[in-house]
Design a protein around this ligand. Structure first.
Ligand SMILES: [Zn+2]
Length: 576
């Protein structure tokens, strides 16, 4: 119906069968991103709202929304003339309106689970901690797991708690409480029974299952025994998983995001997302990558094929997340040469690290995009080799916009291969500023210049997409933009930025979280720009990333409004 209006010259004089717009946003600094892509050096396109003399300026002031789509974008008076009796007219008061922001590499289920834990940070002693857990237990059905975190294993080292008091006060729920730094865990009787930890369970090497004089576990786990507990924890039951996912997504909506790319959804998370989609409970779009570590799950989906659309349009499952190597900080990323700070060591990768070539290839052949975690230069090369070999054998799989997740250290010989193979470099701007303290030690002065090399990748023609990898990193979108634009930490260090030649322009940073993310999820026809017929997914920000005077001002930005599918999912006007 909207196109009829447009054919009738943007009008006010739409057919009688056409409903008036549902929402008009006006008095805004609207950047449509409907102009051409910037050059590989970051230079704005000739048709961009930019001039050398005056810099950037918005290219519209109002957005008119009808149903789930954008009806019209342009000036205030034309927009306001379209209002009907029931149109919600929102004066955004000079705020910045952009296409909806996307975090293209998230672990939303983990964020939801973390938000659900009992917070014990700053708790002074065992009885206070137990009382706090008992409070939660009173609100949770018996038998349901209660997880907590934050008691200080350092401060409590001379008086470690055990299962006795915790089991007395909370007899009907299994309870596991992780310590602040993750080197200790504390469990009650119900948890020990549910986890199958008994007198005969041996402590792992590098860890201790503490036992009493009779040889029974006390409920305290130290060092690597913490992992043993975590590995045995069951996923939350479906209703709890669902509420955790929704809660995490609502938090991200408040943070200005309209979509996420979930980087590795486990079987029960996939089930939760499908339930939530069917029930109309997904507040944000979720582009879910299947967890490639579960090869049974991957093979099942390879047989049934991708889920390219759902009735609500809110869930897509057409990608697989796989892991090729480890992380740089813990020296797990696979390098071509030794780590500069550990001779003889080059990381872990490939089959030895759980990369199942056959399962991933089967998914690609079945039409799935694959996002492969690769951090070291050897890991990146082997990942590109793998994608090359599969797409040579199955040329149709070439067009699936495969991704390297992280692409942190890339040998110069491999930079052009991203473009040649059509592979996206899915990078996390915050990682660069968080890793800069030690990345040079791991890599040495020469090799570090090939790391977090966004400009080099883009100059070589690689498609980029930006994300936070939450909850491991701060996912505040202003911090993400700031990291991409300045390559400085929050305090503005180092001066001028860390290897500043690799920084992105404000336009590139914004596109990396919007238009490029849409492309990475095959959504460029519907999202990524504000234009008639596009989905009404948009973010309203208090600061203008294109023209903001200082990075401190950018970091101080707030989200005014988030709209998904024409629905307002966050509105700061009501929370002021
Ligand atoms: Zn991740």
């Amino acid at each position: 119906m909207w196109f009829r209006c447009i054919l009738l010259s943007f009008a006010i004089a739409c057919g009688a069968d056409t409903a008036p717009p549902a929402v008009i946003l006006h008095n805004g600094r609207v950047y449509t991103l409907a102009w051409d892509e910037p050059g590989r050096d970051g230079a704005p396109a000739a048709n961009a709202p930019w001039s050398r003399a005056n810099g950037w300026h918005p290219d519209a002031r109002a957005v008119v929304i009808q149903g789930d789509s954008i009806l019209w974008v342009g000036d205030d008076s034309t927009a306001l003339a379209m209002r009907g009796p029931r149109t919600e007219v929102i004066d955004v008061d000079g705020a910045v309106v952009l296409p909806g922001f996307v975090d293209a590499h998230t672990h939303v289920a983990e964020l939801g689970q973390a938000m659900d834990r009992v917070n014990l940070t700053g708790v002074p002693d065992e009885s206070t901690a137990v009382a706090r857990v008992a409070e939660r237990a009173a609100q949770v059905p018996p038998g349901e797991w209660i997880l907590g975190y934050g008691w200080d294993e350092g401060a409590w080292a001379n008086r470690y708690p055990d299962r006795r008091r915790l089991s007395q006060r909370i007899p009907d729920h299994p309870v596991v409480l992780r310590s602040l730094h993750g080197f200790a865990s504390w469990a009650n009787d119900r948890a020990l029974a549910a986890l199958g930890i008994t007198d005969t369970t041996a402590s792992p090497s590098g860890g201790e299952i503490r036992k009493d004089a009779r040889g029974a576990p006390t409920g305290l786990f130290l060092n690597r025994a913490v992992q043993l507990v975590d590995d045995r924890l069951p996923p939350p039951p479906p209703p709890q998983r669902d509420s955790q996912v929704v809660r995490a997504l609502m938090t991200l909506a408040a943070g200005g995001f309209t979509a996420v790319h979930e980087a590795g959804a486990a079987r029960d998370v996939v089930a939760s997302l499908r339930r939530l989609e069917a029930a109309g409970r997904l507040p944000l779009r979720v582009y879910a990558m299947l967890n490639g570590r579960d090869t049974t799950l991957v093979r099942e989906w390879a047989r049934r094929g991708p889920l390219r659309e759902t009735p609500s349009g809110m869930l897509v499952i057409r990608a697989v997340k796989a892991y090729y190597d480890g992380a740089l900080g813990s020296r797990g990323a696979q390098l071509l040469e030794d780590y500069s700070d550990r001779a003889g060591h080059r990381g872990v990768a490939g089959g030895a690290y759980g990369f199942d070539r056959e399962a991933v290839a089967a998914a690609m052949v079945a039409g799935f995009q694959v996002g492969i975690h690769a951090i070291g230069d050897a890991g990146n090369r082997a990942t590109l080799d793998f994608i090359d070999s599969v797409t040579r054998a199955t040329p149709a799989a070439r067009a699936l916009r495969h991704r390297v997740e992280h692409a942190q250290v890339v040998d110069p010989a491999d930079h052009p291969r991203f473009a040649a193979l059509g592979v996206i470099a899915s990078v996390q701007p915050p990682h660069a500023v968080e890793d800069m303290a030690w990345a040079g030690e791991r890599l040495g002065p020469g090799r570090v210049t090939t790391a977090y090399a966004w400009r080099t990748l883009r100059a070589a023609g690689a498609p980029l997409v930006f994300s936070s990898d939450l909850p491991g990193s701060d996912w505040n979108l202003f911090y993400g933009l700031h990291s991409a634009i300045t390559r400085q930490d929050r305090s503005g260090m180092p001066d001028g930025g860390w290897y500043p030649e690799q920084h992105m322009t404000p336009e590139e940073a914004v596109r990396g979280y919007t238009a490029w993310a849409a492309w990475a999820s095959f959504d460029e026809g519907h999202a990524g720009r504000l234009a008639p017929g596009r989905r009404a997914d948009l973010t309203v920000l208090s600061v203008d990333p294109f023209t903001v005077a200082s990075s401190q001002d950018l970091l101080a930005g707030t989200i005014r409004l988030t709209m998904v599918d024409g629905r307002i999912v966050h509105d700061a006007r009501h929370s002021r």
